[in-house]
Ligand binder design. Structure first.
Ligand code: GLC
Ligand code: CA
Length: 601
């Protein structure tokens, strides 16, 4: 429509600060490290930086457990380091978006500590419930309901001081905030305003679709006390899944609209993106429709679930290209009229895309598939997100032993599934971790081929907090920034194309050859009335074709028909092969492994 905000044309780069750049030799990345790499990011051409949490935190979940929203963790630096980062980023035309984690706080947050006293005004800021009737508080089986935590164990933790349990969907050091409490909500909005006034450009909102719980008419959680709702079936690991009853709850729209009024109304130039587990395409459209004053865009996870087994993500199953088309396509269509999409393969919770969707069996195929996947994702309609190292074709960690992992999810669930419930062998769980662990994307950024990949100094007093991937000798920024054939250079051109061609951001998306299991193809086009201002010579339609496999592929029928009378290297705007190679491929109707291109029709 006419709604054309700045972020529709932007590319976001996610930084996981702990793993980006260490400057003081303690083995952890820090804010001065990010500031020192801003020229690299400006050179890549991105528009926005999203920082995973750098607030004060006990670091139980690497900063997603915040004990003070208005301070920086000493491990990352100080508030004045943050101010300097903001100023230096803005000088280079880069916006900065911070992570907002308000489904839960740390158990060390002052609000939670105060809440442990039932007489304190904060008493109701979290979900406190008594032990199950007839059970001794704090004994096994006395938990208020059967819900399990996503990070292992019960979702309820007993606090002897209060004599009650608190609810935590994530670790027991991440108690869920009670959004039903209006004073709690006002405190969150005040904190958000404080950061925006300090100069940040928006928020990525952590599991924001979990803040409203599905309670019964009396406000009681499912399965708790006299609740009229069930907590759901108990699975083989001994718990039921809180997901269905905590996602997209009845008051979500109300809370997001209130937040919009209290924080964003009257502000300009900011952006918001919500992490959105459990959101259907229809709800995606509603939440991101600007007329509803909620959020600018959402991260949806349907496409990153297609290789998960029916029981858990650790039982990896082969994925099909048609499933990727279906899942991405559903969301493209959902927001075609109103609303907007986020485009991503990678983030700090996902394995590396080139290892997962691409091919790392040879270096040539790794480079080709990293480029092809980038082109596939970025050419959809929406705002693309690059996760640090993705622009270098960084791979999974390659860990083979449990002691190499640092992530509490990987470690806790290994013990729960292997040692406690015995639902899987240690060997199989290690294979699951190797494919799916969040640590795959959290190994240090590979800047060069030095001992610690340039992430920290060679003679630093502390080793990196998590092992560096030994493939840093082949895969690193220093060897790629000036190499025109590198993954990095390809990303640069892809970003440039978005910035220079309105079809890339605004054009309608239409899938071609939906049944083809090898080739992912679509068009981007603007109806004539919207194309006003585009030079006739430039045409109103782009064709995007990706051979998403390591085997040669036939150009499928619909794509072939569109290419019909066309040919000519000057119509190829970008390709993972040389232009003349792609022209030759089109002549014979056969694509080389991971051959992917954008063609102006
Ligand atoms: C989100 C974050 C993840 C974190 C979780 C709990 O999914 O992306 O890293 O562990 O929320 O905050
Ligand atoms: Ca450091």
């Amino acid at each position: 429509g006419n709604h054309n905000p700045w972020w529709a044309n932007a590319v976001v780069y996610q930084i996981y600060p702990r793993s980006f750049q260490d400057t003081n030799g303690d083995g952890c990345g820090d804010l001065p490290g990010i500031t020192s790499r801003l020229d690299y990011l400006a050179d890549l051409g991105v528009d926005v930086l999203w920082l995973s949490p750098v607030y004060k935190s006990p670091q139980d979940d690497n900063g997603y457990d915040i004990s003070d929203y208005q301070d920086i963790d000493p491990m990352f630096g100080t508030l004045s380091d943050m101010d300097r980062l903001l100023a230096e980023a803005h000088q280079r035309g880069l916006k900065v978006v911070m992570d907002l984690v308000v489904n839960h706080t740390s158990d060390e947050h002052a609000w939670f500590q105060a809440s442990r006293d039932p007489q304190d005004p904060h008493a109701d800021w979290y979900w406190w419930r008594p032990a199950k009737e007839g059970h001794e508080p704090g004994t096994p089986g006395a938990e208020p309901n059967s819900w399990g935590s996503y990070f292992g164990g019960s979702a309820w933790e007993y606090d002897p001081q209060r004599g009650e349990y608190y609810f935590h969907q994530f670790s027991k050091k991440q108690p869920d905030l009670n959004w039903e409490n209006p004073r709690m909500r006002q405190a969150v909005y005040a904190m958000m305003n404080w950061w925006l006034d300090r100069g940040i450009d928006g928020f990525r909102m952590d599991v924001i679709t979990l803040i409203s719980k599905h309670v019964d008419a009396d406000g009681e959680l499912p399965g708790v006390g006299r609740s009229t709702m069930s907590a759901g079936p108990v699975g083989p690991e001994g718990y039921s899944n809180p997901g269905p009853l905590c996602q997209d709850g009845p008051r979500l729209d109300e809370f997001l609209q209130e937040m919009h009024r209290e924080v964003f109304d009257g502000r300009h130039g900011y952006m918001t993106v919500g992490e959105a587990p459990g959101i259907s395409p229809v709800r995606d459209e509603f939440i991101t429709n600007p007329a509803n004053h909620e959020l600018d865009m959402l991260f949806l996870f349907e496409h990153t679930d297609i290789d998960h087994g029916p029981e858990s993500k650790w039982d990896v199953v082969p994925w099909k290209l048609t499933d990727l088309k279906k899942t991405l396509g559903r969301h493209q269509r959902a927001v075609a009229q109103a609303g907007w999409a986020s485009l991503f393969f990678d983030n700090h919770d996902q394995p590396r895309s080139v290892s997962r969707w691409g091919d790392t069996s040879t270096d040539r195929l790794r480079v080709l598939s990293a480029k092809a996947l980038a082109l596939l994702m970025h050419m959809h309609r929406g705002t693309p997100y690059i996760y640090q190292g993705e622009e270098l074709g960084m791979t999974n960690a390659g860990f083979t032993r449990l002691d190499q992992y640092r992530d509490l999810e990987s470690i806790n669930l290994y013990h729960q599934r292997v040692d406690q419930a015995g639902v899987v062998s240690g060997e199989r769980m290690l294979a699951g971790l190797a494919a799916m662990s969040r640590d795959n994307s959290r190994t240090p950024m590979q800047w060069d081929d030095g001992k610690y990949a340039g992430f920290t100094a060679e003679y630093a007093p502390r080793e990196p907090w998590i092992p560096v991937n030994p493939n840093k000798d082949q895969i690193n920024a220093a060897s790629q920034v000036r190499d025109p054939d590198s993954v990095f250079s390809f990303y640069q051109r892809l970003i440039e194309l978005r910035h220079s061609d309105v079809l890339v951001s605004a054009g309608e998306w239409d899938l071609l050859d939906p049944e083809d299991e090898q080739v992912y193809a679509f068009t981007r086009s603007l109806p004539a009335e919207q194309a006003a201002g585009i030079k006739e010579a430039e045409g109103h339609k782009l064709l995007v074709v990706v051979n998403a496999s390591s085997r040669p592929a036939k150009v499928p029928a619909q794509t072939r028909a569109l290419l019909g009378g066309h040919a000519g290297a000057d119509q190829i705007l970008l390709s993972t092969y040389k232009e003349e190679e792609t022209t030759a491929s089109l002549l014979i109707g056969k694509l080389s492994p991971w051959e992917a291109f954008v063609y102006r029709l």
